[in-house]
Design a protein around this ligand. Structure first.
Ligand SMILES: [Zn+2]
Ligand SMILES: [Zn+2]
Length: 320
């Protein structure tokens, strides 16, 4: 575990770091007026400070250099404010919610004017066959800075990203327009994969989201849905092949706990919806009343066409 991720698990330390930073910065004029390259130096320059302020400045500066030795973990530009997440403000501002016409069932982005006049438009795939879940909603498109943030979390163990990703999951959940009581079920990982990664990203994002929704009637259920066999990577498979690959990959442990329940499946990314669809089928068969899906990101066809063939696209081989 990196020093960064260890630190972010300790809210008390975080508050101290922020406090030190704010006190050190308060002695200066607004550093936002300065070019990016000199902001970091301005925050910690040493002119006109009392002895106590210099002590604080020194402590904040050394902490800053320990915590953020290489700047923003997405664009590498210098970080000018202390945060528990080593990602700069401009990168965070690029993580925008999905916009435009979205399929009322699977959440896929749709192009073409004729959808604008429909109250509940469906994409071509959902028109042919509706998914097993009622509706899927995502915060943003799985590309650019948002995809990089998810990769930082999953593959580089920047665990502090869970808070931001949990907030985005909350945004997606709100789009579903449902209220408790309901069960929140993270898409499970194959045990070997979970051991190798050290955590299930879907579960950690759900926990982060639920910290802000305490008492809302949403119950996190981590053992109800399990993987019963390992599946090969979904990357490069057709929609039909993905469904075949997932057949029999999931099972439920306590069907009685699901009977008549509304379930929200949670994952970091939804690609084609094949995984969510298979999970929903298994949950419904076990007795659940209805299934919704909330994810941080959605691989839209538009995003795929932009990113296909880039190094990050191959790294995006996300099979949950
Ligand atoms: Zn950045
Ligand atoms: Zn659809």
């Amino acid at each position: 575990m990196t020093a960064m991720s260890a630190m972010t698990r300790d809210d008390g330390d975080l508050l101290m770091f922020r406090s030190l930073h704010l006190q050190a910065r308060s002695a200066y004029t607004d550093s936002k007026q300065l070019p990016v390259g000199v902001q970091r130096r301005a925050v910690f320059s040493s002119g006109h400070l009392s002895r106590a302020q210099k002590t604080l400045q020194s402590a904040a500066e050394s902490l800053f250099s320990v915590l953020f030795p290489s700047g923003c973990r997405i664009c590498q530009s210098p970080l000018t404010t202390i945060s528990n997440l080593p990602v700069c403000i401009p990168c965070r501002e690029r993580m925008i919610p999905l916009q435009g016409n979205l399929c009322a069932a699977c959440g896929e982005k749709m192009v073409g004017g004729r959808f604008e006049i429909e109250a509940s438009p469906l994409c071509a795939i959902c028109r042919r066959a509706l998914p097993y879940f009622n509706q899927a909603a995502a915060y943003g498109a799985y590309d650019g800075a948002l995809r990089d943030l998810i990769h930082l979390f999953k593959y580089q163990r920047v665990l502090s990203a869970a808070t931001v990703l949990g907030g985005m999951l909350g945004h997606a959940f709100a789009k579903l327009g449902i209220v408790g009581p309901l069960l929140m079920v993270p898409v499970p990982l194959w045990p070997g994969k979970r051991r190798a990664r050290g955590f299930n990203q879907a579960e950690d994002i759900a926990r982060s989201f639920l910290r802000a929704y305490a008492g809302s009637g949403i119950q996190l259920c981590t053992g109800l849905l399990i993987r019963t066999r390992e599946t090969v990577s979904q990357t490069g498979l057709t929609r039909h092949q993905r469904r075949a690959n997932l057949k029999g990959a999931f099972s439920t442990t306590r069907p009685e706990a699901l009977h008549g329940q509304t379930v929200v499946l949670v994952d970091d990314v939804m690609t084609t919806g094949a995984t969510a669809g298979e999970c929903a089928r298994v949950l419904l068969r076990a007795g659940a009343k209805q299934i919704f899906v909330a994810t941080v990101a959605r691989a839209t066809r538009e995003a795929e066409s932009v990113t296909l063939g880039t190094p990050l696209a191959s790294a995006a081989a996300t099979v949950s």
